[in-house]
Design a binder for this molecule. Structure first.
Ligand code: OOG
Ligand code: MG
Length: 257
């Protein structure tokens, strides 16, 4: 779209994240469509790379009905992950560093040999080296966690932090594993990996296809978050959060008080 100052829009979103201060939605006002919104996302992540962060992967968003319903947007989206967003398994995050942080259970892939652009993944086992339970911490930079499709894309799909649990070899079936989200040992969300596009492996096909449209090619060694299987829950100070995926184990984090 002609005339959108993608770097200027990215600066607003970047400052909102850096200062943990919500901003009003901006897509309608500045006239962002989906392709331009991905341009803003690229500029927003470039700010991080300029200060020394490294791209370490990709995340999918809104790959489950539970998530689409929670935020009122019904399109699959993707965002970028950097090394600074990674929190060690069992590590601590400070909720005060975010605007209105939420956590959600995810399945992560460690990418291996990726197909050529346009080639279907086909042999999933050769494209993915390992699988792990994960937690994504999302934090919309928009007031009230409300946004349109181009708004959330520009905001790097609310990406803020992520935790990867222990890696396992790819199990034979990934399409119907139970998923739990626990807060202080209490189950707060229950789901199944079937909620992720019917099978989280499909999220990889979508990621390759959708990111490819914007010239982004997935890399061997990258982490890939397939998208949450359940709705996200607010992260309160002082709690312990655990995401459990059947057969894969658990990932956890602590919120400092
Ligand atoms: C958008 C990001 C969605 C997921 O796993 O579906 C996402 C949001 O909910 O703010 O990360
Ligand atoms: Mg997510």
């Amino acid at each position: 779209m002609i005339g959108v100052d993608t770097v200027g829009v990215a600066a607003k979103l970047g400052t909102a994240a850096d200062t943990a201060t919500a901003i009003p939605q901006l897509a309608a006002e500045v006239g962002l469509d989906v392709p331009t919104a991905y341009g803003v996302q690229a500029a927003l992540v470039q700010r991080r790379l300029d200060r020394g962060e490294r791209l370490v992967g990709l995340k999918m968003g809104l790959t489950s009905k539970a998530k689409m319903a929670q935020v009122g947007v019904d399109e699959v989206i993707w965002g970028r992950l950097t090394d600074a967003m990674r929190v060690p398994d069992g590590g601590a995050v400070d909720p005060a560093a975010y605007i209105h942080p939420r956590v959600e259970p995810e399945v992560a892939f460690l990418l291996d040999r990726l197909p050529e652009p346009g080639e279907p993944v086909g042999d999933f086992a050769s494209a993915v080296r390992a699988v792990a339970p994960a937690i994504e911490l999302i934090d919309s930079r928009y007031a009230d966690f409300r946004f349109s499709l181009p708004d959330v894309i520009a905001d790097n799909t609310s990406a803020a932090a992520f935790v990867i649990g222990p890696w396992s070899p790819v199990p034979t079936g990934l399409d119907n594993l139970g998923v739990l989200l626990e807060v202080d040992g209490r189950v707060v969300q229950v789901g199944s990996t079937a909620a992720i596009l019917g099978d989280p492996r499909r999220a990889l096909d979508e990621g390759i296809r959708l990111a490819g449209r914007h010239g982004v090619r997935l890399q061997s060694g990258w982490v890939f978050l397939a998208g949450a299987a359940t709705a996200a829950v607010p992260l309160r100070p002082g709690v312990h959060v655990r995401a459990v995926v059947e057969k894969l184990g658990a990932a956890s984090l602590r919120a400092s008080s």
